[in-house]
Design a protein around this ligand. Structure first.
Ligand code: CA
Length: 229
């Protein structure tokens, strides 16, 4: 199942560069979607719902900077980190000066190790559970590295789906998730699952979290979905 993997949209027109990057990202466990031009990226972005975008500066047609600006002007994209890849340091200076909204910059030729570190560093901020962070909410602790969950220091055993549900909630406590959003995030968009399945797994998650007592931390928001806290 690929649903828990962070989704990366990789925009690079040179096939060899694109494949090397995609290979390394996939080896790190990322779910990679490739785009060869900025226009392609703009068309694909809603469908992909990326957690991070790697964007080459020099692209045929619309430049990477312009793509970056257009992406960042979309509401849904504000929180999605964009790392720009450019050929020269002068370009990086220009990107900075242009206020494109890029979150980080890498200069070619870059070291893959360094690029991966930057990718993880961005995701630690926006998708901490996908890069093995330890998350806390009230008396609940979730260690995404070891997949262990405790409540008031007592071990809570969760099935894989309940674990992904809880990680999603714990990344953004208080955020209300619709059933469709949870299906997309937890089950993945390629899999057809009825929205009622979400309710079933929420029920299991609640039962597990409350097995030693304590308040139900999952809130049902009528007509909207679910939230943690
Ligand atoms: Ca290029």
């Amino acid at each position: 199942m690929t649903a828990a993997q962070p989704r990366v949209l990789l925009v690079e027109d040179e096939p060899a560069q694109r494949e090397i990057l995609a290979y390394n990202l996939e080896a790190e466990g990322f779910d990679v979607t490739r785009a060869a031009t900025g226009d392609e990226a703009l068309m694909m972005v809603d469908e992909v719902g990326p957690d991070l975008i790697l964007l080459d500066w020099m692209l045929p047609g619309v430049s990477g900077i312009e793509i970056c600006r257009r992406l960042k002007s979309r509401n849904a994209m504000r929180e999605v980190p964009i790392i720009m890849i450019s050929a020269r340091t002068e370009e990086v200076d220009r990107v900075r000066g242009l206020e494109t909204g890029a979150d980080d910059y890498v200069v070619k030729p870059y070291s893959v190790v360094e690029l991966m570190a930057r990718v993880r560093s961005q995701l630690r901020r926006t998708r901490p559970a996908t890069v093995g962070q330890r998350l806390e909410f009230e008396d609940i602790v979730l260690d995404a590295e070891t997949h262990k969950v405790t409540r008031s220091e007592r071990a809570i055993r969760l099935g894989p789906t309940e674990f992904r549900l809880l990680s999603t909630f714990m990344e953004k406590p208080g955020r209300v998730w619709s059933r469709e959003q949870l299906l997309d995030r937890v089950w993945g968009r390629d899999i057809y699952v009825d929205t009622r399945t979400v309710d079933v797994h929420i029920g299991r998650l609640r039962k597990s979290l409350c097995q030693y007592g304590g308040e139900d931390p999952v809130r049902t928001v009528r007509g909207a979905g679910y939230a943690l806290g």
